[in-house]
Design a protein around this ligand. Structure first.
Ligand SMILES: Cc1cc2nc3c(=O)[nH]c(=O)nc-3n(C[C@H](O)[C@H](O)[C@H](O)COP(=O)(O)O)c2cc1C
Length: 198
């Protein structure tokens, strides 16, 4: 499938057929998600993977009872990590494997400087913006690997945090349900080029 077919063929699936995606394909998708870009490569996200029916049933009522939750193979909960300083510390260790320790420190000190006066709210909003880039990789990646997906914001982040027992800094931001579609795509409804590009 070429890139245009992936972009045009992906759609927000409303219902899945309940079949499980083979684990090797799920792992391939994870690789694609990991390669998403982020500002300074800080990767301020965590993705909770849910594939057991019991948890999905608990989450459905706090997701507007949308059928994707219970019919999907895996539900990926894209969480922003508002603890940006910890992400930078982790990145420094990773960078030090690929460059000198000194250089890794210099680069991450620059990042720390940029965030040192940032409020928690700012860090969260910033991390959430980055998290959507990882979400897009999941949506297109799923199509490329031969299955379907639905991005979702129709859920209560607070309830997800409680049910999944997430730490305060790990904030559910968007969902990506993945599986095999049991519906049919609708034609794309999009604004004209002239309304968007100027
Ligand atoms: C961030 C985001 C949140 C969305 N939330 C939901 C949702 O909760 N439920 C749903 O059925 N679709 C949801 N959608 C899907 C959109 O409605 C859909 O992408 C849009 O109508 C365009 O259709 P298409 O993706 O099939 O081309 C969401 C899409 C995005 C990008």
């Amino acid at each position: 499938m070429d890139f245009k077919q992936i972009v045009m063929g992906r759609y927000a699936t409303k219902k899945f057929d309940g079949r499980k995606i083979p684990q090797d394909k799920v792992d391939e998708l994870f690789e694609l998600i990991l390669c998403a870009p982020s500002s300074w490569n800080i990767q301020p996200w965590k993705i909770k993977v849910i594939n057991d029916e019991e948890t999905k049933k608990k989450l459905a009522p706090v997701s507007w009872d949308q059928p994707q939750i219970t019919t999907c193979s895996h539900l990926l909960v894209f969480c922003a990590d508002s603890d940006v300083m910890s992400c930078i510390n982790r990145l420094e260790k990773l960078m030090a494997k690929n460059m000198s320790v000194q250089k890794a420190k210099e680069m991450t000190d620059m990042m720390r400087g940029a965030f040192k006066n940032s409020t928690e709210e700012y860090c969260l909003a910033w991390a959430q913006r980055q998290t959507y880039l990882a979400l897009e990789n999941a949506l297109l990646g799923a199509k490329a690997l031969g299955f379907d997906s639905c991005p979702m914001e129709g859920f209560s982040g607070e309830e997800y945090s409680k049910i999944l027992k997430l730490p305060k800094n790990i904030v559910p931001t968007a969902l990506c349900a993945i599986g095999f579609a049991a519906d049919t795509p609708q034609p794309k409804v999009r604004f004209d080029k002239k309304d968007i590009f100027f």
